[in-house]
Design a protein around this ligand. Sequence first.
Ligand code: DX5
Ligand code: ZN
Length: 225
Amino acid sequence: MPRPITIAPSILNADFSHLADEVARVSSADALHVDVMDNHFVPNLTLGLPVVEAIRRCTDLPLDLHLMIEAPDRWAPAYAEAGAASVTFHLEAAQAPVRLARELRRLGAKAAVGLNPATPIEAVAPILGQFDMVLLMTVEPGFGGQGFLDLVLPKITALRRLASAAGLTLAVQVDGGVSLDTIERAAAAGADSFVAGTAVFRADRPDAMVDRLRQLAQRAHQEQP
Ligand code: DX5
Ligand code: ZN
């Protein structure tokens, strides 16, 4: 059976002055990716809990929270309580990732962990079973519109193998530079969840772009032996 594909547009590249309208333009998405940045973990500042709660009220799409913040042990649970379907915190920032993953699950969210391009998957291997999803950054985190880093492709493949060998149902998400030009190689490497900001929100028809991206990813999976 083919693995389900998730396309999660990132609102980082949407028009923040018309967020509700922007969200309505991606109704064909599987989830909405929301980037929380604190200007400490990354050199950019975006939005926090009140805005997430406002987005929650204007869409039925599952919210896929990506916390690029310091001290996620302190702040991440509130995003699960606000109704996020999944909460991703960064391994590089967490003090007690196992405890935090269990707390997120207890609050009803999927637990996910993010790895920057320089962080090897070996860092998460011993605790992989605690997570529903691993997010592999395919750019340095902080900004939309950057180029996809092909050097992450071997990490995607290695992570997928690791999860299969351990018998885990793990979503492998890629985030950064995902577009019509890059999604097939990420999917062929083993990714099944795709964040796309610029590619979707700068398209004339964001909904149609979501469908095209999904088709390309599905085709790449089908072509795998
Ligand atoms: C970057 C964010 C991404 C970003 C993706 O740090 O985590 O989610 O919005 O934007 P694009 O698709 O433009 O690279
Ligand atoms: Zn993100």
